[in-house]
Design a protein around this ligand. Structure first.
Ligand code: ASP
Length: 333
């Protein structure tokens, strides 16, 4: 196919990378050539997808991508918006504390080269997503926990602050009246943010940041900062992110599972549905008491989302439009 005709065809169908995938059976060298053409003609559509109603975070990430920034920068900048939003009670400042009244944050980030950095159980540092990136880029390790992570943050110039807001303290004191530990299925249409982005070069990165489950035991860590649990990206295939009861995500290695299912040929939607299936089909079927939601994107820019219960939602930016979408779900009875 002549270069001009190919470009015309690809933009006419506005399929971006999908055009490349339909030609995947071509010989390797031909495939490389096509990818180069797509890249040099900006046919890759920047894309962002993030858990829950996260309009501003997604818009912020999209702006980075539209200006030619990397997917890594986009997901970091996007997640920082939620970390700074004191009204969100499950991420960053204002996050609900553990049962002792301490706010502890978890975050991780993955770039298109498969590099990963994470911080777990961090106190007094708001932008843990940036701290996770520093762990990835500036240390020989992939995870730092608790005091060590905080010490590293301070050495990198991060500001220390009280993360417990008046509203979170009030909620915790109220909780203490009964001290009943029961993860809430959907917290006010908002929860942990997991974000995936594709930049103009076609590279995928992901990030995830949370204060974890409200009133958790001190020291408890969920899925969000764990590679393959709350987040996974393989730049050849796609990425996935999770929200909800982290213990259940971890037991099924949810995000890694979704990416591997996509590698085997499933669409992002099919892969998310199967990953939820692995949870709800376990013996005992106790899924009625908790929520898990997944989002996924593949290399072609197709996306998927699925949850156990209704009201999981996500934001998606593509073709310059940022939309808040209700996810399909399993428990329809
Ligand atoms: N997945 C997070 C955790 O288990 C919490 C959430 O998404 O609400 O820590």
């Amino acid at each position: 196919m002549k270069r001009r005709n190919f470009i015309k065809k690809a933009s006419a169908s506005s399929l971006g990378l999908i055009a490349a995938s339909s030609l995947i059976s071509c010989q390797e060298s031909k495939k490389d050539k096509i990818e180069n053409i797509i890249k040099s003609n900006n046919l890759i559509r920047p894309l962002v997808i993030a858990t829950w109603k996260t309009d501003l975070a997604v818009e912020t990430a999209a702006k980075v991508l539209e200006q030619g920034g990397s997917a890594l920068k986009a997901v970091e900048q996007g997640c920082r918006v939620e970390e700074a939003n004191e009204k969100g009670q499950s991420v960053g400042k204002g996050g609900l504390p553990d049962r002792d009244g301490e706010v502890t944050l978890d975050a991780c980030i993955i770039d298109h080269k498969g590099n990963y950095g994470a911080v777990l159980g961090v106190k007094n540092i708001k932008h843990v997503i940036s701290l996770a990136r520093k762990v990835m880029e500036k240390t020989p390790h992939v995870m730092l926990v608790g005091e060590g992570a905080k010490k590293f943050a301070i050495s990198e110039g991060f500001k220390q602050e009280n993360l417990l807001t008046k509203a979170s303290k009030k909620a915790w004191l109220k909780w203490k009246e009964t001290s009943m530990y029961k993860p809430i299925i959907n917290i006010e249409n908002h929860d942990t943010i997991g974000m995936l982005a594709i930049d103009k070069k076609g590279n995928i990165s992901g990030a995830c940041t949370t204060s974890g489950l409200a009133y958790k035991m001190p020291g408890r860590v969920g899925d969000s900062p764990i590679i393959g649990g709350g987040l996974f990206v393989d730049n050849e295939i796609g990425g996935a992110a999770a929200t909800g009861l982290g213990e259940e995500v971890l037991k099924t290695v949810g995000s890694f599972l979704i990416v591997e299912l996509m590698r085997q040929g499933k669409t992002p939607q099919e892969a998310c549905e199967e990953a939820i299936g692995r949870i709800v089909n376990k013996p005992g079927k106790n899924y009625k008491d908790f929520q898990v939601g997944y989002i996924a994107v593949n290399k072609q820019g197709e996306t998927g989302a699925y949850s156990i219960h209704q009201w999981f939602s996500y934001n998606k930016y593509v073709d310059k439009v940022n939309t808040h979408i209700q996810s399909d779900f399993f428990n329809k009875v």
